[in-house]
Design a protein around this ligand. Structure first.
Ligand code: PGA
Length: 254
């Protein structure tokens, strides 16, 4: 099955003001109107979500996290019911910046189930901290995948996207993005582990996107040669100049 390509803009804790957020959103809207063969998901900070009005067919609202419970006494948290009510369709879960703050795979697993129960798609991040030559990272990925996706049904699987984000490749201190052939091999391994956990069919039906220092130079080769459906983009989603070439690469993907 040929999936539509997908680019997710993870704004993280940016930009600093609602005015800038509105401006950035309207820039992204224009990109969606121009590049119609790609689906774009914008994941702003929670507080900006109500400012964004989506009326393009290929533009969707995302959130960067959600609590594992629907509603209740959880000070400072945002529940999936609220996000759903604001038009959010995708929720990023288990991002490495959240796992670093103590989020475990068991907690991510609980969040996935709540997000799906609220009829949204979970964009679930996985990825190793070190890509060692001895292949220890494969064992790490196997454990992380087994714990993160434990107990999900065939129906749940239809509402999941995996974002493979090797931690060493993320952010301004990154050692650079992954090479396409390396990405290709790692996604094959991820699918192999998923097919052991579920069935081969189910594993092949889960779209995988790549994240970590995607930019105007590597986007085309990563999507054409990396066996991924698209990207989860951090820094480069914060301006037209840097986001456009990535959206365009996904739009032109073979
Ligand atoms: P980056 O971040 O594109 O800035 O490397 C990706 C991410 O953390 O989702």
């Amino acid at each position: 099955m040929k999936f539509r390509p997908l680019v997710i803009g993870n704004w993280k804790m940016n930009p600093a003001t609602p005015e800038e957020a509105k401006k950035l959103f309207s820039v992204t809207k224009k990109l969606a109107a121009t590049y119609k063969k790609v689906d774009i998901i914008v994941a702003p900070p929670f507080v900006y979500i109500p400012l964004m009005k989506v009326d393009n067919k290929n533009l969707f609202l995302g959130a960067q996290n959600a609590h594992a419970m629907d509603v209740g006494a959880h000070t400072g948290e945002v529940g999936p019911v609220m996000l759903q009510g604001l038009g959010v369709r995708y929720v990023i879960l288990g991002h490495s910046e959240r796992r670093k703050e103590g989020e475990t795979s068991a907690l991510v697993n609980a969040k996935i189930k709540t997000v799906i129960a609220n009829k949204m798609t979970a964009v679930v991040c996985i990825g190793e901290a070190v890509h060692d030559k001895d292949g220890e990272y494969l064992t790490f990925l196997r454990t992380q995948i087994s714990e993160t996706f434990a107990g999900l049904s065939r129906r749940d699987i239809a509402s999941i996207i995996i974002a493979y984000e090797p931690i060493w490749a993320i952010g301004s201190a990154a050692k650079g993005a992954m090479m396409p052939n390396d990405l290709y091999e790692t996604t094959l391994y991820i699918k192999k582990v998923l097919s052991e956990l579920f069935t081969r069919d189910m594993a092949n039906s889960i779209p995988i996107v790549y994240g970590g220092s995607v930019d105007e130079y590597n986007a085309q080769s990563l999507i054409d040669g990396g066996n991924v459906r698209g990207f989860l983009v951090g820094r480069a989603s914060l301006s037209r100049e840097t986001f456009l070439p990535i959206v365009s690469a996904a739009n032109n993907s073979k």
